[in-house]
Design a protein around this ligand. Structure first.
Ligand SMILES: NC(=O)c1ccc[n+]([C@@H]2O[C@H](COP(=O)([O-])OP(=O)(O)OC[C@H]3O[C@@H](n4cnc5c(N)ncnc54)[C@H](OP(=O)(O)O)[C@@H]3O)[C@@H](O)[C@H]2O)c1
Length: 253
């Protein structure tokens, strides 16, 4: 029986690269996102190389509909879904004060609520089957506060904590749970960013690294080093020291 993966945010960036990488490893990949034409293009790229994929137009912020659809997909595939990657994500919406609700709403709805729904939609079914893997694409931004990124940092920190807790709940069931803390990746999301992005990598490199590490079933994947270690340590500095550093960062963000 083939293996089945579902990837949200498969129309662009890291999700697109992950989908192509998984398809080349023999997975049937369910490509989820809102832009149908972009998904169809990813589908064409995968099938032209002999891979298997299907297109699912889905807005993960529409949680009831997404959960219903993921359950239907799980039932329709032979053996069900083996791997679910909640990758769909957005930054803060521009054109508003960074701490206004209008700026932060999308990141809350998509990066946390949408991801939580995606990850848990068929988790009970996976535990009944005694296997499966759920993966959240979080961020090094979850390791500590950053200026002008309240919703992004909070949603990603919430996602990482959700995954840590879910891992405890299902740890003896045969289902694996992984939180991926990624640094800077060249994608449409970072295209407009003007602040320094140390150790920025291509989406293909990031996807290749993630898929190789996922095979080991780790609780977390934190990369690239040393940025991950430095960010983790910075998030644990005494608040007074951290505030000094953040004031500097606020000027360049
Ligand atoms: N790039 C980085 O430096 C970086 C660093 C750390 C973590 N990450 C995380 O990596 C993930 C992928 O980001 P990326 O850099 O690859 O960005 P991207 O190229 O902008 O891709 C974002 C993807 O999410 C999808 N998406 C957005 N809102 C959605 C919704 N409501 N429903 C379904 N799909 C939705 C988009 O598709 P549609 O527009 O077609 O819906 C797109 O496929 C995100 O969770 C991001 O937070 C990125």
């Amino acid at each position: 029986m083939g293996r089945n993966a579902l990837v949200t945010g498969a129309s662009s960036g890291i999700g697109l690269a992950l989908s192509e990488r998984l398809a080349s490893d023999g997975y049937h990949v369910v490509l989820c996102a809102r832009r149908a034409e972009s998904l169809r293009e990813v589908h064409r790229r995968i099938t032209s190389k002999g891979g298997s994929a299907s297109v699912e137009v889905m807005d993960v912020a529409d949680v009831e509909r997404s959960v219903r659809r993921i359950r239907e997909i799980d039932r329709s595939l032979p053996g069900g879904l083996d791997l679910i990657i909640a990758n769909a994500g957005v930054g803060e919406r521009k054109g508003h004060v960074s701490y206004a609700w209008e700026a932060i709403a999308d990141a809350c709805h998509v990066n946390f609520t949408g991801a939580a729904a995606t990850l848990t939609a068929v988790l009970p079914e996976m535990t009944s089957r005694g296997h499966g893997h759920i993966v959240g694409i979080s961020s090094l931004a979850s390791f500590g506060p950053l200026p002008k990124s309240a919703a992004y940092c909070a949603a990603k920190a919430g996602l990482s904590m959700l995954l840590e807790c879910l891992r405890l709940d299902v740890m003896d069931s045969g289902v694996k749970v992984t939180s991926v803390h990624v640094g800077f990746v060249k994608t449409p999301m970072t295209e407009q960013s003007r602040h320094p992005m140390p150790q920025i990598m291509s989406a293909e490199y990031a996807a290749d690294y993630i898929v190789k590490e996922l095979a080991k079933g780790p609780a977390t994947i934190d990369f690239p080093q040393p940025l991950a270690a430095v960010t983790w340590a910075a998030g644990r500095l005494p608040r007074g020291v951290r505030d000094l550093v953040q004031r500097g960062l606020k000027r360049v963000r």
